[in-house]
Design a protein around this ligand. Structure first.
Ligand code: CDP
Ligand code: CDP
Length: 223
């Protein structure tokens, strides 16, 4: 019988976490949990309701009145905020460029981590984010830290935008990604950081399937 492993995948923006996590979860019939979508959902709600992103108490209060559900579907993971589908809305540039400011607050993180730990407690999950291996599931059976150069990551987002017919500026993307990485890495609470026992994979010149294969190898060794 297959063990119900907990697989933690962390790394900076556009390193390929969600793409690879979804494929690995699919191969193992595990649940995929995108923790970034939870921070994005709260950010979207705060922006929509004019809550000051630097007002920690207001954000804590807002989160306590907020439900966020992640539902697997044929077309990928759907995100429901207070029962409404916000899957597309939370990817808007306004959310992307504000979310790191929301994610610095310790009260917000504490509550998010609590919710994430509940989702992961049965095992058989692939969870991606920034602090999964370090704080959310520090005893995860498998921990992966994905990396890639800023240029490569911006290029990936750029191609993604163009393929969807969205306007895209490569230099602007580089700046945005670097800024977000800086805030995520330098915050006091649970910064973006490789867990000591995580396997680091530099994906700069790897294909998606090469990254997936490396993670599946780690899974086979545990199985
Ligand atoms: O997909 P992308 O890398 O653009 O970002 P994401 O995974 O959706 O995460 C958005 C933001 O949420 C990150 O830049 C972090 O500021 C925050 N985040 C976090 O602080 N901790 C997590 N476990 C996941 C996301
Ligand atoms: O979740 P995260 O922000 O880390 O990255 P993502 O949303 O999975 O986006 C990564 C983008 O790079 C996607 O367009 C992938 O198709 C592409 N890509 C990848 O994920 N891994 C590679 N090794 C090469 C390209």
């Amino acid at each position: 019988e297959l063990k119900k492993l907990r697989i933690a995948i962390d790394g900076p923006a556009a390193a390929g976490k969600s793409t690879v996590a979804k494929i690995v979860a699919g191969k193992l019939s595990y649940l995929y949990i995108d923790t970034g979508a939870m921070y994005r959902s709260l950010t979207y709600k705060a922006l929509s309701s004019n809550v000051d992103l630097h007002d920690e108490n207001a954000l804590n209060q807002l989160l306590s009145e907020t439900t966020i559900e992640l539902e697997p579907s044929e077309v990928g993971q759907l995100v429901y905020l207070d029962g409404n589908d916000v899957t597309d809305e939370i990817r808007q540039a306004s959310v992307t460029n504000s979310v790191s400011h929301v994610a610095v607050h310790s009260g917000v993180r504490e509550e998010m981590v609590k919710r994430q730990q509940l989702l992961a407690k049965e095992g058989a999950v692939v969870m991606d984010g920034r602090d999964i291996g370090t704080h959310v599931i520090p005893d995860a059976e498998i921990k992966v830290f994905l990396l890639a150069s800023v240029d490569e990551r911006a290029q990936r987002r750029h191609e993604e935008n163009l393929s969807k017919g969205y306007p895209s500026d490569l230099e602007q993307l580089k700046g945005e990604i670097a800024r977000r990485d800086k805030i995520d890495s330098e915050r006091e609470v649970a910064p973006l950081k490789k867990a000591e026992d995580a396997t680091e994979i530099d994906t700069t010149s790897l294909s998606i399937s090469e990254v997936v294969d490396q993670i599946m190898l780690l899974v086979e060794r545990k199985g």
